[in-house]
Write a protein that binds this ligand. Structure first.
Ligand code: FAD
Length: 370
């Protein structure tokens, strides 16, 4: 009888959960090390497109995700005078769902538990060894057939592997928060739409998550410190967007400001150590595809290694070659839309190039029906 293969994963975010679940489904044992004391996610809302939904279906999280998520009839652009400047619909073959991050996380966590993933919280990983070992801050080492750094944008695993990287930081960033959603919040348009409000200085993305919760993503130049401030300067944001003043008024002291960045690695694996998610390929949120790419690449890795049998390093090379072009494309287009923001009137951006990722059939999801 052949021995089961084992994967040790640093990071219990979306990438870590997807990786562990996908390997468990292929007969591996899988353990996630999460530095935080609890398994949960931070942040406000999130977009998941058709490509991500397909992956969630295979991972066993799709039904839980769609129940309680929001499907907007359209994606609208409006100016500070509350006039429509663009409108786009996506159709049934390429759905765009919005939800709270915790909703997505809970569904993926439940799927990981069902698959039999092991979890270790308060377990910070400080390094990986290409021979197939994670090193904990507590001095312990964890041996495996494969080790994965899914430890986010400031990845210690990536740092320890010495993979060459090219980092781009952008001029803009975003404040993210959730506020209460009320019936008739907007009267001049359909309040179920996702709406991008464009001003000369500021931008607010209005995103219904469910019947009661609204995600606001408030974009601004990172050097405009008056408006990057938390607590949010409600007076300034309301002056630019009077139509949203009553919603902005509901913002308390919450919120966080993050700047945009992209990291491109020359390779996503070294020996038996791989990087996935924001540790490998963070991107600005302009396409709403960072987590989508993370979970696609996680599933793609499990599929490639399943095909490769005992040739772990060969499987990782195949994985990198297969998945990288779409990830590179998504990072490039996301970055382009941050740069195009200056002076833009918010005209429709959802062309075929931007939609390529959402319309992609991820590895391991061919033939499924949703
Ligand atoms: C403003 C903004 C909006 C976004 N909107 C969208 C969107 O709408 N749709 C979308 O698909 N994507 C979106 N993204 C991108 C998405 O949030 C990320 O791509 C995704 O969260 C990456 O998941 P991850 O698991 O790789 O990293 P993370 O979510 O950062 O998870 C990393 C995990 O590792 C843990 N960890 C960190 N260090 C260690 C360590 N040393 N040892 C052990 N554990 C560790 C952390 O505690 C965390 O739990 C957005 C990003 C931003 C900044």
């Amino acid at each position: 009888m052949t021995k089961r293969k084992h994967v040790e994963i640093a990071g219990g975010g979306f990438a870590g959960l997807a990786t562990a679940t996908a390997f468990r489904q292929r007969g591996w044992t899988a353990r996630i090390h999460e530095a935080a004391p609890e398994l949960r996610t931070f942040g406000a809302g999130i977009f998941i497109w058709e490509n991500g939904l397909r992956v969630l279906k295979v991972l066993g999280a799709f039904e839980a995700v769609i129940s309680g998520a929001h499907r907007a009839p359209g994606y609208e652009g409006r100016n500070t005078e509350d006039q429509r400047i663009s409108y786009h619909t996506f159709g049934d073959e390429c759905r765009m769902l919005t939800m709270t991050r915790q909703h997505l996380y809970s569904a993926m966590f439940a799927a990981a538990q069902t698959a039999g993933v092991d979890f270790e919280t308060n377990s910070e990983i400080v390094a990986a060894d290409p021979a197939g070992r994670l090193v904990g801050a507590n001095g312990r080492t964890y041996q495996a057939d494969l080790v994965v750094g899914a430890d986010g944008v400031n990845s210690k695993v990536r740092g320890s592997l010495g993979v060459a990287k090219e980092r781009t930081t952008f001029t803009h960033g975003v404040i993210r928060l959730l506020v209460e959603r009320r019936h008739r919040d907007l009267v001049s348009t359909n309040p179920d739409n996702v709406i991008n409000y464009w001003g000369p200085r500021l931008k607010v993305l209005y995103v219904p998550c469910n019947a009661d919760e609204l995600y606001l993503a408030m974009m601004v130049r990172k050097d405009d410190t008056e408006v990057t401030a938390i607590p949010v300067r409600k007076d300034i944001w309301s002056t630019e967007f009077p139509v949203l003043a009553h919603i902005i008024e509901r913002i308390g002291d919450q919120g966080r400001f993050d700047t945009y960045e992209t990291t491109k690695l020359d390779r996503m694996s070294v020996g038996r150590a791989a990087l996935v998610g924001d540790s490998a390929h963070p991107m600005p949120p302009t396409l709403g595809q960072g987590a989508g790419c993370a979970i696609m690449n996680a599933l793609g890795m499990a599929v490639a290694l399943d095909e490769a049998g005992d040739d772990i390093e060969g499987g990782l090379r195949v994985w990198d070659q297969r998945e990288r072009p779409l990830t590179d494309h998504t990072q490039a287009v996301s970055g382009k839309y941050v740069r195009a923001r200056a002076g833009s009137d918010g005209a429709n951006k959802w062309d075929a190039t931007a939609m390529r990722t959402a319309r992609h059939i991820p590895t391991g999801t061919a033939g499924i029906t949703l």
